[in-house]
Design a binder for this molecule. Sequence first.
Ligand code: DX5
Ligand code: ZN
Length: 221
Amino acid sequence: MTTYRIAPSILSADFARLGEEVRNVVAAGADMIHFDVMDNHYVPNLTIGPLVCEAIRPHVDVPIDVHLMVKPVDRIIPDFAKAGANIISFHPEGSEHIDRTLQLIREHGCKAGLVLNPGTPLHILEHVMDRLDLILLMSVNPGFGGQSFIPHTLKKIAAVRKLIDASGRDIMLQVDGGVKIDNIAEIAAAGADTFVAGSAIFGKADYRSVINDMRAELAKV
Ligand code: DX5
Ligand code: ZN
């Protein structure tokens, strides 16, 4: 049986009350905290860095899953590892040497992930599968929460599921962007096991009810 993980993105949380927000969402059943880092260079938005990761670390005991939308990416990786990140993923466009960046993340004791935008081809995965703990498929173009899921992503998820299964490796397949209660089942059916959801969870008053509804949908897959 597939283990499904729900990873609320704090991009849609109330940043003025972030400690309370992450505590509440973990109490509501979140499996990890998705931490979106944007640099106003690789993506046209600016969010949060290692200081904020360090600040929320004592508030939660689940993994902190850092999604770096940053270019260049290498210099900031040790800082996030030190700040308590457990998983660090990056976009290949943010690194001159993907293999080296993946090694750097693991050398710092974190799980390593590669993030593919809707337009990024899958062949980039071919020679780095054994360096990956996670593959993140973007189902929106990165930079903003609250966008709509791009339906073509479903085919891409199915293709990556085949690659992971063929590799025989334990690699999480995460999907990020426009994930809601009403589409999570088809995303899971396509082969995803880890679901980032920002506005769908933090945009609602009752986090537990959204997460429970998502799990109920996943139970149908
Ligand atoms: C977008 C971010 C996402 C975003 C998801 O660049 O990587 O994690 O917060 O937000 P929703 O779930 O609202 O699409
Ligand atoms: Zn993200």
